[in-house]
Design a protein around this ligand. Structure first.
Ligand code: ZN
Length: 233
């Protein structure tokens, strides 16, 4: 393959990229990306909220079970009042009852705190769902606008793609492989001339003598530093 084919390929590809970029930078594309991010964010939030809710309900159930057990213990203790004559026993009894009552009070506080947290989480969940639904609705509308924008550029893009496909038939596999890799890495222009007979026109590194010699017999070499397709102008 010769140099003109390579450069023609790059030129057409550059036009295609310009077209793609103009779509990507359009208001519709930006709005679409924003809406999509909001929807994704809401979805992630909901997953987290559901997980938190499950965790909180488990903790709440454990607190209630503990509370019930203590209450049962208290009731049992109260039904076994010691003899009036047993002073030590009476003191021990009162202390234990008091201790249980305190424990119950603490637990009841924990339960109301947990219950407040669950209410809060429920409200946050409802708000997230509303935000997500709103954004999803807007996303549909924005997508219509984005598709319209895209459709406008389509004929030109199709034309360029067809022309590129035609030229690809004349390109070596090696060239296409290297070119497409560079495009992906956004090292553009991907095809650059040798400068001053010894430097890469892309990264400006000076080449070793054997690389320059190789360039005399090959249509192109890959720059040892940046990997760009290097040709002798
Ligand atoms: Zn280079």
């Amino acid at each position: 393959m010769d140099l003109t084919v390579m450069l023609e390929y790059q030129d057409l590809d550059r036009q295609l990229m310009k077209l793609e970029n103009s779509l990507l930078q359009s208001d519709a594309a930006r709005e679409y990306a924003q809406c999509k991010a909001t929807v994704t964010n809401a979805q992630e939030q909901v997953v987290k909220q559901n997980r938190d809710a499950g965790e909180m309900i488990k903790q709440m159930e454990a607190l209630i079970a503990e509370y019930d057990a203590l209450q049962k213990e208290l009731a049992e203790m109260e039904s076994a009042v010691p003899e009036v004559t047993d002073i030590n026993g009476a003191e021990f009894f009162t202390r234990n009852i008091q201790k249980l009552i305190n424990q119950l009070k603490n637990l009841s506080q924990e339960i109301s705190k947990m219950s407040a947290r669950i209410v809060e989480l429920n409200q946050a969940h409802a708000a997230t769902m509303a935000t997500g639904k709103e954004a999803a609705k807007k996303l549909n509308a924005v997508k219509v606008k984005y598709d319209e924008e895209r459709a406008k550029l389509m004929p030109e893009a199709q034309k360029l793609k067809a022309a590129l496909a035609e030229i690809e038939k004349k390109c070596s596999e090696k060239f296409l492989e290297v070119y497409k890799r560079l495009r992906k890495q956004k090292k553009l222009p991907a095809i650059v001339p040798l400068q001053d007979g010894r430097s890469c026109g892309g990264c400006f590194m000076e080449l070793a003598g054997d690389a320059i010699v190789k360039l005399n017999s090959e249509p192109f070499i890959e720059c040892p530093d940046c990997g760009r397709i290097l040709y002798k102008a």
